[in-house]
Design a protein around this ligand. Sequence first.
Ligand code: AMP
Length: 544
Amino acid sequence: MTKDARLVGYPPGLVTEYRRAGLWGTRTIADEFHAVARAHPDRPAVIALDGRLTYRELDERTDRLAAALAARGLAPGDPVLFQVTNRLATVVAWYGVLKAGLVPVCTLAAHRGHEIGEISRRVGAVGHLVEQDLVEFAREQRAGHPTLRELFVLDELAELEHGVDPAVARRTVDAIQADLDPDGIAVFQLSGGTTGVPKVIPRLHAEYWYNAAEYARSWGWTPQTRVAHLIPIIHNAGIVCAVHAPHSAGACLVLGTADLDVSLPLLARERATHVLLGHGHFRAIAHPAFDAAAESIDQVVLSGAKVPPELFADLERRGVWSGQLFGMGEGMFLTTRPGAPRLARATTVGTPLSSHDEIRILEPGTEDEVPDGEVGELVCRGPYTLRGYFDAPEHNARAFTSDGFYRTGDLAAIRLIDGERHVSIEGRIKDLINRGGEKVNAEEVEQLLLRHPRVRGAAAVPMPDPRLGERTCAYLVVDGPQLTLSEVQEHFAALGVAKFKWPERLEHVPEIPRTPVGKTDKKRLAADIADKVEQERLQRAGAC
Ligand code: AMP
């Protein structure tokens, strides 16, 4: 198969090195999964709120689905947009699509025409997999689209599998996989952290599986491990930490949802041993069903934002071990693994996952390293960190250092703890709002605001929020009377923008403040809204 010119590959010398070191395998993701399924056929592979499957069942069903997809005329390499939620059928769809040689595109159920239109055209999506409530939307997306021709509804996928002979399906999958390149594109993830429209991250079979397998190894997982997940599994953290990682070890995914009332009892009932809590779920610890769920859990991993000391202490008081994860769709993972010093687990995101990962902390905007202990931009390079966004040469020229380190846009510092260099995250320079783990690109929101006929100036900044961490506040300069929040939200709805990007508070100003070099003074605006929110909180507390 010819290499796609839009893909920036890993340098060939490093590919050889990663294979020689035993990091990268030579199989595709579908073949890796099949090998594990054959080794643990009767063990549970997924337990979800709406059903369960053993490895044998999941392997056979996904073979049949793959054969059915191939029979529909979908060809290896064809991208398929995923707009689905945390259900058993999503896991079946994931491996079924991979087994057919198709490329899942990890869009979100919350995305709308603004996002799907852009992403689907960039990757040349051929299929669109949706939940029932998005069927009409998916039909609209197909109209006038140059490549998008197949619409699949998650609940109807099982019908496709019916009547497909398992042995024939296996032979079909074998034939498809034999022709795939393990260093070719397996999955498209989306970046949350760059400027402008979301960038597409190509994840390759060998490196993506390695990322997950190394993650499972780092936590010491075995086939007895039960990995619970509440965050959308289609996020990079979901696919790596909750789908591929347990499945690389013959372990089980216990698949919950954001609904803690039903998901925490599932964790308790199914004796989950490990759970990843994103920032939006830090509040799970205060839920009445948490203690019962925590009885079987020996690893709670906190991720997505700085861990409040009270949260760490609370877990410790309850006898629950917790660690931290820093991860990104672009690759790099840092973790505080078992055995990490308490101080490291409480105050840092730990150390890189792979022995071949390289990190540096640079003076922002330069390639100069800052001394240990000082804050700078985290940059990284390694066996599962991208070498370039898909089809984005101009952006790539800015997003990497001259020697191929990815500029994360996160601020970090090295902390020496027990003689080892741990990383603490100290903020970010990239201009985004982290809404409970969903990244909102400030520049994108501003461009959308400026499309309103009465908006003359706009700045989007993070506003502190006790539940989600941050929400979007828009500072506006308008012609005529002030705009109401609902007028602005209607404008976003009319443009087909995903709801999590809609501003949730407006502040009208006579002009947008500028820094001495003429840039929007985001620091000042963010401090202003943080101050206002705090004053309002104190007033409410005083009123009680
Ligand atoms: P995503 O690619 O959507 O997973 O987002 C990755 C980004 O989330 C990182 O670049 C950070 O800005 C943020 N992030 C992830 N983990 C952490 C963490 N443990 N602490 C602080 N920020 C984090």
